[in-house]
Design a protein around this ligand. Sequence first.
Ligand SMILES: Cc1cc2nc3c(=O)[nH]c(=O)nc-3n(C[C@H](O)[C@H](O)[C@H](O)COP(=O)(O)O)c2cc1C
Length: 304
Amino acid sequence: MVFSNYLAPLHDFSDLPFRRMCQGYGAKAACVPLVSSAAIAMDESRISLIDAHADERNLGVQIFGNDAKTIGRAAGIIARRLPSVSWLNLNCGCPSTRTMNDGSGSAMLRKPDLIAGAISQMKSSADLPVSAKIRIVRGAGGTLALCRKIEDAGADFIIIHGRTTNQGYSGKPDWEAVRALKEELSVPVVGNGDVTSIEGGEKRVKEGYCDSYMVGRAAMRNPMLFAGRIPAGAGERFALLAEYASLCDRYRDATGGPRLRDIKIKAMNFLSGIPGASVLRLQVSRAASIEEILGLGESAGNAL
Ligand SMILES: Cc1cc2nc3c(=O)[nH]c(=O)nc-3n(C[C@H](O)[C@H](O)[C@H](O)COP(=O)(O)O)c2cc1C
């Protein structure tokens, strides 16, 4: 089961209101960003860390960890406690020092047996499709050997970010490597890395690079891309911000209502790459309230 496109898990960004926005514009699937398997396995009440909502469709939850049994236990709890979740993902790609030092995230790429063990534990404890999100691995064994292990462990699909751990989020993703993997594997491959439009993602699928695609940073700047749209100017970008704020309000039970910090983070992204962005972003960063930020949109809209 793969969907035709995915909103990427984006820590501190793809929260419930943002996912609902992207889903509203046509994202076919989305994923709750990384949640600690240890936290959930040790204390079931920590399931509250996951902001999944019944309004969401084709929602995945991504977990991270460094112990296969703990990861499996957390997967079982999520599947049992959150009926709105329809697939699970294991994070094997986070390059942050904190995650790597803990032996989880991208550090797992050096331990294919650990990844395979975790996938197999997830499969046996949760009656849901299970996937791994990996990066390209250079050198001994390489990505293909790793993917085969993941496949043999029972994964239903594999999400491949076409960059190495060392690349972080910069440099070009290696789509030729993604294509070579897709050709060899029997499970579907979701390709990820610098997809900036629906047309671009669909072209990757049509040209045989992957079975589906995942969009990260381009959606952070423009959630409308899932509808094939680019917001016209500052006015429309502030309208996106107002839409996000209103969704924070609508899902108040989960979000606690719109928060200045979140609105600022979204504004910094939505307002990037347009004329006058630097001035607007400075004004946003100095704003003391959400009303003040949304008010900037009225003057920006009138100026257009
Ligand atoms: C702010 C930010 C947060 C991210 N958080 C996660 C995460 O929680 N889990 C994960 O697997 N990848 C995470 N990623 C990586 C993205 O899911 C994606 O793989 C990466 O950005 C490449 O896709 P892109 O080129 O379309 O942005 C994050 C990336 C960014 C920029």
